[in-house]
Design a protein around this ligand. Structure first.
Ligand SMILES: Cc1cc2nc3c(=O)[nH]c(=O)nc-3n(C[C@H](O)[C@H](O)[C@H](O)COP(=O)(O)OP(=O)(O)OC[C@H]3O[C@@H](n4cnc5c(N)ncnc54)[C@H](O)[C@@H]3O)c2cc1C
Length: 369
């Protein structure tokens, strides 16, 4: 009897997008190999996990993209949780955006999607809110996932159970091509050994490092520093999304405090005194009493940013090479829709009008290089 050969796919980068893609392809019967330089540096382990389509004030196609992804997320998470047996901490907890004056509130890009809160409502909605904030918008449809402690682990486990092969500590140095097709990659392993890997098809999802692999991808790192504090359980129920700082409460009272936005950081490692100070000032300005709660951890990471702040998703000019990167501040939010779209393109599925429009808007062709 002839043996069935599975379609195979090479995924370059084992961060949030790499894992989401590996999961999607493996559960749809692809043979998946993930090459991962260093899982621990992935922004997937750094992010606050907010699903903040409206609270971020996304506009135009990014707003639609976020809304569509938010529609897919409950089913996506349910599948991951069932396959991995790990809960991912998905919560439609609502996000409050505070304002000092009404003009700013009315100019907020997603104003029409929020519920108006006056000063008193704001105090009722957020226990301990600093009274300098006079107005607020509550986006009940927004929420969070516990990416750092749960989602990433759940994805890794679900991928392994679906047969995904991981080569951790494997850095792709360059790609090999023949007649406008990618044939494979040269990889430096953790041991220093250099290997050639062949592939039928590949997806570059190497986050902020993607340009180093394929220099036509105009992605650069934007550093973010974060810390966490331990609050009383159930004190803060909604996310507060201030102008420079946000507070994201997990179920056990842990509050994720983020984040600096450092555009010229390059890949400079580490937390800095200024970064930590900015976060502490942010806590004080939003929830003064929380400044005395114990600090638990601090960490940093690199958002993959593009010149127009939009992701790059879909085909490249190389026939069998695909791209999924540049998700900047919203990779957790956009993972579900990105992996769904990539699977559809590679399987040559019919796309809905809105999906085609996303792929046009987020194509790498928009950058003339
Ligand atoms: C401080 C901060 C807060 C954030 N908060 C949120 C949030 O609240 N909500 C939200 O939706 N998003 C948030 N994000 C954004 C989100 O984390 C990113 O958009 C997302 O993680 C990007 O996923 P990725 O897979 O493209 O990159 P990553 O998760 O960074 O993964 C890239 C992986 O590729 C690997 N790699 C790189 N080069 C190579 C190579 N040559 N060979 C092999 N592997 C390679 C790296 O080692 C890394 O593990 C935040 C990001 C930061 C930094």
């Amino acid at each position: 009897m002839a043996q069935e050969t599975k379609n195979s796919i090479l995924i370059i980068g084992g961060g949030l997008l790499g894992l989401s893609l590996a999961y999607e392809f493996s559960r749809n019967n692809f043979k998946v190999l993930v090459l991962s330089k260093n899982r621990n540096e992935s922004a997937g382990f750094v992010a606050a996990g907010m699903l903040a389509t409206h609270a971020e004030g996304l506009e135009d196609e990014l707003l639609k993209f976020g809304q569509e992804s938010q529609n897919l997320i409950p089913k996506w998470i349910k599948n991951i949780e069932q396959d991995s047996n790990i809960k991912c901490g998905l919560k439609k907890c609502g996000i409050v955006v505070p304002f000092k004056n009404k003009e700013d509130l009315e100019e907020f890009p997603t104003y029409e999607y929020g519920k108006y809160l006056n000063h008193k409502d704001l105090q009722t909605e957020i226990n301990g809110m600093n009274s300098i904030w006079k107005h607020g918008l509550l986006f009940e449809q927004d929420g969070q996932i516990d990416n750092r402690r749960q989602l990433m682990r759940a994805l890794e486990r679900a991928c392994s159970l679906h047969g995904v092969e991981f080569q951790e500590g494997s850095e792709v140095e360059n790609l090999t091509f023949e007649k406008n097709k990618i044939t494979g990659a040269t990889v430096v392993c953790a041991t220093g050994e250099i290997k050639k890997i062949n592939c039928e098809k590949a997806i570059i999802c190497s986050g902020a490092w993607s340009k180093k692999i394929f220099n036509k991808i105009p992605v650069f790192p934007v550093k973010g520093q974060m810390l966490s504090i331990q609050g009383p359980t159930n004190f803060l129920k909604r996310v507060i999304f201030g102008p420079k700082t946000y507070l994201v409460p997990r179920d056990d009272g842990l509050i994720i405090v983020g984040a600096t936005v450092e555009k010229d950081s390059k890949f400079n490692q580490g937390n800095t005194p200024n970064g930590i100070k900015q976060l502490q000032e942010g806590i004080r300005s939003l929830l003064p009493e929380a400044i005395n709660w114990p600090q638990m951890e601090h960490w940093w990471g690199f958002r993959p940013c593009t010149p127009d702040l939009k992701p790059i998703i879909g085909k490249s000019k190389i026939k069998n090479l695909f791209i999924a990167t540049g998700h900047y501040r919203n990779g957790v939010l956009f993972s579900a829709i990105t992996s769904d779209l990539l699977l559809k393109i590679i399987q040559n599925k019919n796309l809905k009008k809105i999906e085609k429009s996303f792929l046009e808007k987020f194509s790498i062709d928009r950058f003339e290089i």
